[in-house]
Design a protein around this ligand. Structure first.
Ligand code: SAM
Length: 218
């Protein structure tokens, strides 16, 4: 599931990546059949790597859908770890509860219905990884909220830097000074400009899935 790379690179990733668990494969198929905008398996593997590198014990997601990205995080969290899923849609979270209830992993999952920005305020830090996958116009504010509750060496991962509700060429043009074509593009371009100049973070853009920004707190 790669919307950015060539078919050749996509085929390579399919061949090279370790095979996901049966449950994760089922969740991938569910997303495809429902046309639900999940991060996909390539980014799922990456989230596991990022969380492992960060020694993650606590993860917060802004925008969890039916728990797909969360399920990938949980595979690498310790048994006493904590994963907070948020979504406007209670039905999505109910589906997440069903899927994650079938995982072998023990890390605690909190299913929080409502506005992720408000829900985040109710939690004390520190979090080791924060995933931004909600409204693109809210990414900069969410990053600033996350900053204060991020552990040293903690990571903010933001999805949809290149695709999904945006087009890579549109984001590129906005970054080069053109008027953004829509609010999503403006939100993503603003986010990129915001994080890449932040002296407290080291940021890389990775063209897997729909393109992610990985920002590590120094
Ligand atoms: C792209 S999907 C999340 C996919 C998920 N991260 C995954 O890869 O499995 C975005 C989700 O965020 C939810 N959402 C959007 N804005 C939100 C907000 N401000 N607060 C809570 N949920 C939000 C939507 O209902 C939708 O289910």
């Amino acid at each position: 599931m790669n919307d950015v790379l060539s078919d050749t690179a996509d085929a390579f990733l399919d061949a090279a990546n370790p095979e996901p668990s049966e449950l994760l494969q089922e969740m991938t198929e569910y997303g495809r059949s429902e046309d639900f905008p999940i991060v996909g398996p390539d980014v799922g593997h990456l989230l596991g790597v990022v969380a492992t590198l960060a020694g993650a014990e606590r993860v917060f997601e802004f925008g969890s859908g039916y728990g797909y990205s969360g399920a990938w995080f949980r595979t690498v969290l310790p048994a006493d770890g904590e994963l907070v899923l948020t979504d406007y849609d209670e039905g999505n979270l109910e589906t997440a509860r069903e899927f994650l209830g079938r995982q072998d992993e023990d890390a605690t999952v909190r299913y929080e219905a409502g506005d992720a920005m408000e829900l985040f305020e109710r939690y004390d830090g520190p979090f080791d990884v924060v995933l931004l996958d909600h409204g693109k116009t809210e990414y900069v504010d969410a990053f600033e909220d996350a900053r204060g509750k991020l552990a040293d060496g903690g990571v903010v991962v933001a999805d949809n830097m290149m695709a999904g509700p945006v087009e890579p060429a549109d984001v590129t043009a906005a970054l080069q000074g053109d008027e953004p074509v829509d609010d999503h593009t403006e939100g993503v371009a603003d986010y990129i400009e915001h994080v890449r100049g932040d002296p407290d973070f080291e940021t890389a853009f990775v063209p897997l899935g729909e393109g992610v920004a990985i920002s590590v707190k120094r």
